[in-house]
Design a protein around this ligand. Sequence first.
Ligand code: F6R
Length: 613
Amino acid sequence: MCGIVGYVGRRDAVPLLVDGLKRLEYRGYDSAGIAVMEKGRLEIRKCVGRLSALEEKLARQPVAGAPGIGHTRWATHGEPSEINSHPHTDSTGRIAVVHNGIIENFESLRHDLEKKGHPFRSETDTEVVPHLIEQELKDGARDLPEAIRRALAKARGAYALGIVSLDDPDTIYAARLGSPLIVGVGDDGQFIASDVPAILNQTRKVIYLDDGELAILKAGGVRVMKLDGTEVKPDIREVKLQAEAAERAGFETFMRKEIHEQPRVLRSLLDKHTKDAAAVALQDVGFDDAQWKAVRRIMIISCGTAYYAGSYGRLIIEALTGLPVEIELGSEFRYRDAKLSPDMLVVSVSQSGETADTLASIRKARRAGCKALAICNTPGSSLARESDVVFHTEAGPEIGVASTKAYTAQLMAFALLAIHLGRLRGELTAEQERELVRDLHAVPDAIHYVLARGEEIRAIAQKHGDGPSALYLGRKFNYPTALEGALKNKEISYQHAEGYAAGEMKHGPIALINEYLPVVCLCTKTRDEVYEKMISNMKEVEARHGRIIAVASNGDESVLKLAEDIIFVPQVRDEFSPMVNVVALQLLAYFAAQARGTDIDKPRNLAKSVTVE
Ligand code: F6R
């Protein structure tokens, strides 16, 4: 999704803006631009395509100065074009604005402004903002802050805004409502950014703006006020992330690096939340035992990959706690007439903590009196701040658009929560808890083992990855793994892929099977009948000459006869096998994408954080 960076201070803003925008590239974009105050003029450079195109333009038409604001745009209103890219200006060219989010009532605002003589150039919703500010100044606003506040009072929707104006040439104005925006407090200037990694190499002191706040940044400091003009004391926090966490560390892509970080991420979650490798002891999650025990029903809400993590969450919580659990897509839940009650714990799952549909759903559930727990990877995000309690997945910045380490960290969070709840509710004995925790501790090493088989997985991906389609089948705990494996494949390799509950195959997808269709079967050994059922499903695929790629437990001879290719993985407890098996599927998708030559970290049309509906 779009990215925002801004700088005001003694340094030249241009290199800082370009560097910051590069660090936001992972969010996905199709055009970019900057506005910079240069010797009393407001200079704008924008262009379609990658930031390298903007850099070339800046080399041809240099600009230097400060303050400056920059933007990477992911088209929503109007095609990717130079005119539609940000910054947008008012009719006099004195005010420039960058914007993330959507101004929902822009058509009526634009209509009114056009009647008052404002010429519009772009098809964007954003362009109304500088014109509104200009109009408020004409209509008697005392100064720019008042004009901005009055303009924003008229805008409906969501925004994170960076604003500069020749009327206040040493200042950046920044406002947020529903779209993330932070202020970075530096020693030689101040920054704005839509995401922390953009400015992490410049400062670690940040202010997370709240909805309805306006920040006024000057070289020497920052003031924050509400849109009604009341001053707010800025809450400056130290970000713990290291800048290197958002770098590739020698890997060819961020996604590859993040896949390889999974053992470490899971190990540190385990170290933090278990005691003597024998019991779960949740740290900093915020509920006391009585609050956990008061939970009667759980509803999990999330989108995309996080929804599949939630689907796993439902299975593991049901299995270990006896609590009834429902799972909902954020985009559906927010418009449903679901029955909600205060004894219900609503669990959101999100890497970014900014997914619009997940956020809207949590707000709805909290209005109905439910308690909200966020399983979230981004401290300070809207979801983390708006929930009653947070389980921080602490996977570090995930830059690759396709989620990997955040997913396995979400699965681990659910496993730990389920054990904790199961024990508190008397569904698990101390001995059972000890065994579960011991088995969880085997997961990071098992993932290491899968990572070490990268070259075998690459060969399988190269063999099967060029067909038009693939089917992924799994059961019970590995049904979400099949869905996630298929999603990874389509996202980054663009090969059409379907994830299915293996038992559903006979109800339709079996018609697809022929000698060309790769069928990825998750058939690691289980203690129950699920494994046998998977073997039967594989026989059905084999009988129709489908090309089986099995993910199987080390040493499982029976799979050898059925599968064309096998990815052997260490056997871990059934309940925890999704954390291991999914890594094989991440690599399978990764190498298929590499063979197809796609842009793995920034797949087409996708955005890292979906902050609009
Ligand atoms: C897929 C992927 C997306 C996200 C989804 C929710 O690889 O990353 O499907 O899972 O957009 O995003 P978050 O987790 O930020 O709420």
